[in-house]
Write a new protein. Structure first.
Length: 319
């Protein structure tokens, strides 16, 4: 068979007959092999005969009380048993690996998910293909005990009793807009010019503490905030960011949510005034969750990504 390729042999191998012969040699009985394989003795005999014809060698000698393997039969049966054993061990390893690989369920505010987490998550997926991650953007409270989440990103002042909680990111807030708004819209050189523009704002309804509103920014920076031409409010911060990207107005940018758009030039800061928010982004999980290697790895990755977040670019470029 030296002229037959490995692929040809694999295609031609009589797999059912191989299993039958291995069973007959191991059990030294056609009848017991038939019982183990769930077939008739006649079918067992047919498989043995077919394999003997295929190899051109006598493999078994059938006796009244027991069946005896020839030297060739013993050799072949040993090879079959070794192969089946190795396949079984490999499958067992894969099944155990599958059982121990747990998808990490992440609960996260929609705006943070869309504008910060998702753009970075591809890197985690590429570096950790064996750790699947599922992200939920439902804004309601997380019930870790139900398994709905393993790790949560929360936005607020902290105080997550009975849970592991660590600050991931602070945020600064400042006006942002699309370059097209500066190029073709009303003048936007100073805060007073906001009177000619539409202001875009988040609706803050669930955060404790002082949320980063336009009024907060004005107070913290000592800026006189004029009455805008129009005010548009959005229930989710990612909608506010999208509206700004589309040139619908001037948004109060929250640093983690707009940093990528600023770095890519899709958004610009028209003014230098910056306020530091009282709220933070937190990584929250059950106290013992970090004992699990895959969760500890993911939380460590979040820390590293937060630490290398890009600095704020300079103010708008000349257009």
């Amino acid at each position: 068979m030296t002229d037959i390729s490995h692929a040809d042999v694999m295609r031609q191998l009589p797999y059912p007959a191989l299993r039958v012969v291995e069973a007959v040699v191991r059990l030294r009985s056609f009848s017991r092999a038939a019982e183990e394989m769930g077939m008739t003795q006649s079918a067992v005999s047919q498989h043995v005969r077919a394999l003997e014809d295929w190899t051109g060698r006598r493999l078994l000698i059938r006796g009244r009380r027991a069946s005896t393997a020839t030297e060739d039969g013993e050799l072949l049966a040993a090879a079959i048993a070794e192969g089946i054993g190795r396949i079984g061990a490999a499958i067992d390893h894969l099944q155990k690996k599958s059982r121990t690989t747990t998808t990490i369920n992440i609960a996260c505010p929609p705006g943070f998910a869309v504008n910060w987490l998702f753009p970075r998550l591809l890197n985690f997926d590429m570096d950790h293909p064996d750790i699947p991650v599922s992200v939920s953007t439902q804004p309601d409270d997380v019930l870790f005990e139900t398994g709905r989440a393993d790790v949560a990103i929360r936005y607020g002042t902290g105080g997550y009793s009975g849970l592991h909680a660590e600050r991931l990111l602070g945020e600064r807030v400042f006006p942002v807009c699309a370059p097209a708004l500066i190029a073709s819209g009303p003048r936007l050189d100073a805060a007073a010019d906001l009177a000619r523009h539409t202001l875009l704002a988040d609706i803050h309804t669930t955060q404790k503490g002082e949320p980063p509103t336009w009024e907060f920014w004005a107070k913290e920076t000592g800026t006189s905030l004029p009455k805008p031409a129009r005010m548009r409010r959005f229930g989710q911060s990612n909608l506010t960011v999208q509206a700004a990207l589309q040139g619908a107005g001037v948004a109060l940018g929250r640093e983690p949510l707009v940093i990528d758009a600023l770095c890519s030039g899709r958004l610009m800061r028209p003014f230098p005034e910056i306020a530091v928010s009282r709220l933070f982004y937190w990584v929250v999980c059950p106290l013992r969750a970090l004992d699990q290697p895959h969760i500890a790895e993911f939380v460590g990755w979040l820390r590293r990504e937060a630490a290398r977040q890009a600095p704020l670019p300079d103010l708008r470029r000349e257009l």
